[in-house]
Structures are given as structure tokens and as C-alpha cells.
Design a protein around this ligand. Sequence first.
Ligand SMILES: Nc1nc2c(ncn2[C@@H]2O[C@H](COP(=O)(O)OP(=O)(O)OP(=O)(O)O)[C@@H](O)[C@H]2O)c(=O)[nH]1
Ligand code: SF4
Ligand SMILES: [Mg+2]
Length: 435
Amino acid sequence: MIRATSKGFRLHIGFFGRRNVGKSSLLNAITQQHVSIVSEVPGTTTDLVEKPMELLPIGPVLFLDTAGMDDVGALGEQRVAQTRKAIGRCDLGVLVAEAGVWGEFEEKLLAELRAQGIPVVVVLNKVDLNRPEIDLLIRFEQAGIKYAKVAATTGEGLETLRTRLAEVAAPEDNEPSVILRDLVGPQETAVLVMPFDKEAPKGRIKQLQAQSIRELLDGEACCVAVKETGLARTLSNLMTPPQLVVTDAAVFEQVAKVTPESIPLTAFSILLSRLKGDLVAQTRAAVSVERLKPGDRVLVAESCTHHPIEEDIGRVKIPQWLQKYVGGELKFTTVKGRDFPEDLSPYKLLIHCGACMWNRQEMMNRIRECDRQGVPITNYGLVIAYSLGILERALEPFPEALAAYKEERQQYREPHSLRAAMQNGEEHMRFVSQA
Ligand SMILES: Nc1nc2c(ncn2[C@@H]2O[C@H](COP(=O)(O)OP(=O)(O)OP(=O)(O)O)[C@@H](O)[C@H]2O)c(=O)[nH]1
Ligand code: SF4
Ligand SMILES: [Mg+2]
């Protein structure tokens, strides 16, 4: 059974504005369900409300209804802080204002959303009570700001709002985000290696793997899914070598050993870095492992709170390897979900999971924050590949990241020390496979 689209693959659309402008009413009207509580009392929505749905023609979306950003008092401030965090998760912002009430507050909010690179649709709500100022509409037109005049309670203008959302969600110059469709052409074959750890949930495959299969089939490619134990046999049975082998990074070592060098090989988490993050920057950060010294602090971050296998990688395998590599103890801190330290200065390196549950906006916000604070951020698959001395190989399908890797490696005169370790008796390889 394949689950419905997970949050990470949904376009996140947030409703923002003052209290009582009709954010929750709009959400209810557009979903045609009673999702959020509505009342005439300002401050009705206190906690973030999330509603996944299929919004045609966009596809799977996740609506976020937020607390008003003009909330006051100690609790109000906390709600505003929570709403600000929600802005960081959005791919698209709906700025809701009451028709006829557009002021400095709305201008600032619009600027805040735009400063974060979030496309915005302005909703002038309650048009049954008030007319929007014509000067404002002219200004929107001139500035290319999309807007809709709506009355959430009567349904007026909702179709226009849907159209505006679709226009903003799919601008013509937007590159389609793909997992691997561009790497495997029609009639070519991809082999996907999916280990099922005993802790893996029964009867399901991971969302990213399911999406990958769908992409390959959509592109008229052939897709072979196999466990790591069946890979060697599958490769020898194929009449034509596959265009690409993609593996779960947890079994990178075994897979690299049985996949001939002539067949391109990468990992799902490296594909995730390209899809949700910044593969070039995260590749450079993987090489920055070379700068770690005993006693340094390393932050390990996971986007979700419930994945025992990733915990094993993030909490056991990677820490063991890194400590072995630097030749001494490192201080690891692990965070999960949206718990994230504001001050990153104590950390020399941040190793993030692939963030399959998140959208790109949220992961990029984290990467930007690390960049702002000067802390390199890489991901599990990249660090594991580096640890095995196969990062260069795993980056071959991605020329830009490969060039960045080579450039970064130039700083270090000696050859990749891990490769050297492997060549000198494979001590490191043994260590990783036992970890
Ligand atoms: N006349 C009219 N009233 C509306 C419209 N949209 C919402 N309202 C009313 O405005 C009040 C506030 O609506 P909500 O949807 O709770 O507003 P909100 O922005 O979610 O408010 P908070 O959760 O308090 O921030 C309710 O009494 C709604 O019935 C509209 O288009 N026309
Ligand atoms: S830990 Fe990260 S990569 Fe693993 S399942 Fe959770 S969000 Fe996805
Ligand atoms: Mg509300």
C-alpha cells in the first residue's frame, strides 16, 4: 500500500493577516469543510491549523491557517512567533485583509513575505461589507501583485482566488522540481535499492521511493525495485545495464561494491538534497568534515520525529565514523522536527537528514540560516558517501556538485584520507560496515 501524498510533497499555502479578517473563514470556504473555528471574536485561531487537500489544478496542497499577526500580550506574542515560523514553511502566502482596511500593517507583512521569497496572493475579504480602495487595486496591478476580491461567507470571488493561486503556484519560469526523471530517459532503466530494515513499517514503501517510481513510469522509463540482497543477481540478469542505480544510503557500501563502476550510482538522500536543499552547498559542507577536530560540536538534525532507521544512521553510524575519522571525541547534539537552536555558533558542522517530510522552502530556510551564521550544513547521504570514499562517484550524475566537490577537495594536499585508509587495509570500510 502506498500512502497518500506526504506533507513534504504538498505545496504549502499559508493564510496570514490581522486577527478577525476572515482567514479561517476563507480556509473553510475554499476547502468546503469546517476545518477551522470561526467567530467574531478576534484571536479565535490560536494554534496553527493544517489541512491537506487536492486543489485543482495545482494538485496536492497543505493549507496553513494561522493566528492573527497583530495579536497582543504575552500569549499573543508567542502566537505571532509561531505564525512567523509558519511563514518560513510556506511556498505561497495568502495575505488576507479586510476590504477598505489596508494600512502600514499589511504593507509590512507583504514586504516580510516577499523578503523571504514567498510568492503572495492578496485577498481583500468581506467585499459584501466594504469596497476595496480603487487606488490600491491600481497599485497592485502596476506592481504585478496578484489579488482577489472575496466574500468568504457568501463564496463571492472564490473562483478568482483559486485562479490566482494556480497562477502564482506555477509561474512560467518555474523549473519543475524532479526527483530523478531527468536522469533516466524513456526506455532506459533505473534500479532502486530499497532495504527493509526490521523496524521499517510493514506494508509500506517510503514516500520518496513511491514518487520516484511514479516519475520514472511517467517518463516512460523502466523501473526495477530490489532489496540490497538481490542487487547483484538483478544486475547480472539485466540484458542492458541500467542508466542509474539509486540506493538508500544505509546500504551504500554493499551497493557500491556490487555495482560496476561503469554504472552511475547515487543515493535517495543525495536526490533529496537536490530536490529540497542545495546540493552544491551541501556537498561542499560534506568535505568540510576535513576541518573537524576532537572536541568540536556537531549538530545532527532530523525533520521528523519518528524514524528509527534514520536515528540509527544519525545517532550511531555517522557519529561513530566521524569520531574515528577525526581521531577523538566529538560532541553531538541531536534535534528533531522544528526544534532548532537559534544560535548555531557552537557548532562546526550540521548534518541534516534528507527532510523528505518537508517542502523545499522549509529546508532552504534552514540552509540559509546556517549560511547566515557561517555553519556548514550537509546531509546524511553526502556524509556517508564521503565516509566511504565514494562521494565523487555518487555525484557523477550532478556535474555542478561534482565540480564543487573537486574544487573543495583541492584545499587538502593529501589524497582523500579515507580512500587512503581503505587502500591501506580497508580498516575504515570494516568500521563503517560494523557500525
Ligand atoms: N460579512 C462578512 N463577514 C465575514 C467574512 N469572512 C469572515 N467574516 C466574519 O469575520 C469574523 C472573523 O472570521 P474568522 O474567519 O474567524 O477570522 P480570522 O481571520 O480567522 O480570525 P482570527 O482567527 O481571530 O485571527 C467572523 O464573524 C466571520 O463570520 C465575509 O466575507 N463577510
Ligand atoms: S528523519 Fe528526515 S529523511 Fe528520515 S523520514 Fe524523517 S524527514 Fe524523512
Ligand atoms: Mg482564525
